[in-house]
Structures are given as structure tokens and as C-alpha cells.
Write a protein that binds this ligand. Structure first.
Ligand code: HQG
Length: 186
């Protein structure tokens, strides 16, 4: 399979497993799992692809952000984060580092500095370990700006943080008082 094909399948899986399982006529359970055999059959019916279990394995194993995971018995698959539908990933709250980063676009700044960071269509606000990752995330939206998040004080004030299977920090909301502009990121 070429990289281009792998990416096309990965993007479609993200759509199905994070946002819209009904697009291929499947349902996810409350933890976000889909049945692998059913998923493959329904994707092929919908898209006219000849996707095999081996190809799906390849997409999951080579995904640059480890976006997907199989259940232990290999019969179910889910997205590790990024959902807009309500699923329970079973994440436990963990203490974050003192500072995390959020990359966004300059056009969102005024609104962010009024409302704080909100999760919008997703289940959580996503935060990055480092400026480099945050820059990649922010660039998707336009001219990038990096925000520095005071997690030490958020934690002290009772905010909860989660770390997804694929190493993305998640929290519900970042109020304005914990946000500072980081000019090194632009
Ligand atoms: C912004 C990708 C106005 C927020 C990435 C962001 C990530 C506000 C956008 C993951 C706001 C939402 C998530 C406010 C937040 N007013 N704008 N009050 N609060 N925003 O895509 O964090 O490749 O839902 O700054 O790598 O960009 O899909 O979130 O710019 O991990 O696996 O609203 O998606 O991962 O955009 O990205 P998104 P995100 P994948």
C-alpha cells in the first residue's frame, strides 16, 4: 500500500471512529469501540474499497500519531482521542507538567482571550508537550500562535488532566487566567 493510500484510509477511519460512525452504518459502543470485521465490511460496501484486515493492521501500526488502537483480543478498534461524539475512553486523571502548550491561529486569539480555550466540537481541549508539536497543530488553522498553559496552577485549582493513549494532553476547559502568549512559537 502506498503512503497516500494509507493516509486516505486513516483519514476515513478518523471520520468514522471519532465523528460519524453512521456514515458507514455502524455504531460504536459507549467506550468508542467498533467491531473490526463489521467495520471493514461496511467501509468496503460504502466506498467500494477492498480493505483487508492486514491493510487495517498496517494503517494502525504505521499511523504517525498512533490515532487508533485495537482491543486486547484484536476484535475491536477505536480512536485514541479527538472524538466529537461522546465516548468514555476510561482515561484516569494524571498530573501534567507545569507548562503545556496549545497551538492555534491568530484569528482565534481575541475569542480565546475572552472565553479561554473551549473544546468546541471535540470532547476535550487538546494540549501539547512541546512547542514544536503545538506549532504543527496550530498551523492547520492558519497563521500559528503558541499559547503557554499554566498547568501547575490549573492543577492546584482542581482542574483535571488526562493523557491519551497516543500522548496528547486533554482537559475540559482552560480559563483565560492560565493562558499566556508564547512569542517563541511564531
Ligand atoms: C480553537 C489534531 C475561538 C482552538 C491535532 C483550535 C490535535 C477557540 C480550534 C487535535 C477557542 C479547534 C485537536 C475560543 C479554542 N474561541 N477559538 N474560545 N477555544 N479555540 O481541531 O486543538 O491530526 O478541534 O485553539 O493534532 O486544533 O486530528 O482542535 O484552533 O491533537 O489526530 O478552536 O486534532 O489531531 O480546533 O486539534 P480542533 P485542535 P489529529
Amino acid at each position: 500500500m502506498t503512503d497516500k493510500e494509507t493516509k486516505k484510509i486513516s483519514k476515513f477511519l478518523s471520520l468514522i471512529l471519532r465523528h460519524n460512525p453512521a456514515a458507514v452504518g455502524i455504531e460504536l459502543d459507549h467506550e468508542g469501540w467498533a467491531n473490526v470485521a463489521e467495520l471493514i465490511t461496511k467501509i468496503n460496501a460504502k466506498k467500494g474499497w477492498g480493505l483487508t484486515v492486514e491493510q487495517l493492521d498496517h494503517v494502525v501500526a504505521t499511523n504517525n500519531k498512533k490515532r487508533f488502537a485495537y482491543s486486547q483480543d484484536g476484535r475491536r478498534i477505536r480512536a485514541n482521542q479527538g472524538h466529537s461524539i461522546q465516548v468514555d475512553l476510561g482515561l484516569e486523571a494524571v498530573d501534567p507538567p507545569a507548562i503545556l502548550y496549545h497551538g492555534t491561529a491568530t484569528r482565534f486569539l481575541d475569542s480565546i482571550m475572552e472565553q479561554g480555550l473551549i473544546s468546541k466540537s471535540r470532547q476535550h481541549v487538546h494540549l501539547s508537550w512541546d512547542i514544536e508539536t503545538a506549532t504543527t497543530v496550530g498551523k492547520r488553522h492558519g497563521k500559528v500562535v503558541i499559547l503557554q498553559i499554566d498547568c501547575a496552577n490549573m492543577l492546584a485549582d482542581g482542574h483535571l488532566f488526562y493523557l491519551s493513549e497516543n500522548n496528547v494532553w486533554l482537559t475540559d476547559h482552560v480559563p483565560v487566567k492560565y493562558i499566556a502568549l508564547n512569542d517563541k512559537g511564531s
